[in-house]
Design a protein around this ligand. Structure first.
Ligand SMILES: [Zn+2]
Length: 375
C-alpha cells in the first residue's frame, strides 16, 4: 500500500530551500511516465492531539502562531525561524498533513497491512520541544508511539545520511523501541550526535544503536557494516514491525553530505530490508521518505524503492519525454538511467582506511552493547 497526497507539497520552505517539494513532483511524474503509478491512499491530516503525543504544547503553539504570521519572540529557542527551519504561512497544517500520512501507515499496519510506503515524511530531526533541521513535527515518532500504544515492539531503521536524533531522543528511555541509525559521523555533519556511546537509558538501555560512518564511505563498506549490524540487532530485539526512514542523502551526488553510496547499494539495501522484515518482523514494514537534496540522485533512489517495494522489474532508461521536460525546467542534464552509470565518480584514495575505520566503529558499538544487549 502506498500513501500519498498532493498536499504534501505544501510543506515548502521556499524556492531556495533544499527540502524541496519538487522532489515529490519529479518522483510522482517519473512513476507516472514509467506507467507504474497506482492511485495511492490519501491520508487524513494528523490532529493537534496526535501531534501532542510526542511534542510539547509550547512548541505546537508557536508553530500554530507562526502559521498565522504571528511570531513569538523566542521562536529560535524552539528551532523555528532559523535558516534551516524558517517559518511559512500554513506550516502547522502542512506539517500535520505529513504526520497524518505516516500515522495512517501505522494504522494500516495495525489493521493487518504488511507493507506500507509513505511517499513523504521522515522528519527525523524534530524533537519533543524543538523543531530542527527542516523538521517541524516528527511524523515517525507519532507513528511509532501509535504502534507501541497498541502493544507493538517497533524497530526503527534510519538510512538518512544524518543522525536520526529526534526519533532517538524521543524514545531514548523506551524499551519497546529499538532505534538504529547509520549516518555520516557527527564529527563533521549536522546534527553532531549519533555517537556509538548513545545507547539508551533506563528501559531503553542497549536499544539505541548508532553507527557513525567515515566521510567518503562507499557502497562496499556501507553494506559490510549494515549487513553485520542490522540483522543481528533485529534478531536480538524481535520487533513486531520495522519502521524505515529511507532518506536518500547518503547518495554520492548529495550536496549536503559526504557519503558515496550509489543506486546499486540502495537497490541492495531496499531488498535486504524487505528480507529482514520477513525474517524478523513478521513481514511488517513501514517506509517513509526523508532527506535527499540532489534532485537527480534522490528521485532515482526513491523510484528504485517504489519498484522494489512493489516487486516490479527495474527499468533501465528513464522515459525520454520525462527527461526532456525536467531538464528544461531545471536547466541541467539528468542521469538518463535509473541506476548510476559505472565509474560515476573518481576513485577514492583512502578507500581501505575508511573501510577499516568503519569496521572498528562497528566493533566498538558491539562491545559497548554486549552487557546490555537488547534484553
Ligand atoms: Zn538527512
Amino acid at each position: 500500500m502506498v500513501i500519498y497526497r498532493e498536499e504534501y507539497r505544501l510543506y515548502n520552505f521556499g524556492p531556495h530551500h533544499p527540502f524541496s517539494p519538487v522532489r515529490l513532483e519529479m518522483l510522482t511524474s517519473l512513476l507516472q511516465a514509467l506507467g507504474v503509478w497506482k492511485a495511492p491512499l490519501s491520508p487524513p491530516e494528523a490532529t493537534r492531539e496526535e501531534v501532542l503525543t510526542v511534542h510539547s504544547e509550547r512548541l505546537v503553539k508557536r508553530v500554530e502562531a507562526a502559521s498565522r504570521g504571528e511570531l513569538f519572540p523566542d521562536l529560535e529557542h524552539y528551532g523555528l525561524g532559523t535558516g534551516d527551519t524558517p517559518v511559512f504561512p500554513g506550516m502547522d497544517r502542512a506539517a500535520r498533513i505529513l504526520v497524518g500520512g505516516t500515522l495512517e501507515g501505522a494504522r494500516r499496519i495495525l489493521a493487518g497491512e504488511k507493507r506500507v510506503l509513505q511517499l513523504g515524511g521522515g522528519l527525523h530531526h524534530a524533537q519533543y520541544d524543538r523543531a530542527s533541521g527542516f523538521c517541524v513535527y516528527n511524523d515517525l515518532s507519532v507513528a511509532i508511539r501509535h504502534l507501541t500504544g497498541a502493544g507493538l515492539r517497533v524497530a526503527y531503521l534510519d538510512m538518512d545520511v544524518h543522525h536520526g536524533d529526534g526519533v532517538q531522543w524521543i524514545h531514548y528511555e523506551e524499551g519497546e523501541v529499538l532505534t538504529l541509525s547509520l549516518h555520516e559521523s557527527g564529527r563533521y555533519l549536522f546534527p553532531g550526535t549519533g555517537h556509538v556511546h548513545e545507547i539508551g537509558r533506563g528501559a531503553g538501555l542497549g536499544k539505541k544503536l548508532n553507527l557513525p560512518l567515515e566521510p567518503f564511505t562507499e557502497d562496499e563498506s556501507y553494506l559490510e557494516v549494515f549487513e553485520a549490524l542490522v540483522p543481528w540487532a533485529l534478531q536480538a530485539f524481535r520487533p513486531d514491525v520495522l519502521v524505515v526512514q529511507a532518506g536518500a542523502d547518503a547518495h554520492f551526488l548529495d550536496p549536503l553530505a559526504d557519503l558515496l553510496l550509489t543506486t546499486r547499494a540502495y537497490e541492495r539495501l531496499f531488498r535486504l530490508i524487505l528480507e529482514y522484515a520477513e525474517a524478523y518482523a513478521g513481514g511488517r514494514v513501514l517506509f517513509t521518505l526523508g532527506g535527499g537534496y540532489s534532485l537527480d540522485g534522490t528521485v532515482r533512489v526513491w523510484a528504485l524503492l517504489y519498484h522494489i517495494f512493489h516487486g516490479l522489474p527495474l527499468p533501465e532508461r528513464l522515459p525520454e519525454g520525462w527527461l526532456r521536460a525536467w531538464e528544461a525546467r531545471l536547466g541541467k542534464p539528468l542521469t538518463p538511467t535509473l541506476h548510476d552509470p559505472e565509474g560515476a565518480y573518481p576513485e577514492i584514495p583512502r578507500r581501505e582506511e575508511i573501510a577499516k575505520r568503519n569496521r572498528l566503529t562497528l566493533e566498538r558499538l558491539t562491545e559497548l552493547l554486549a552487557p546490555h544487549l537488547l534484553h
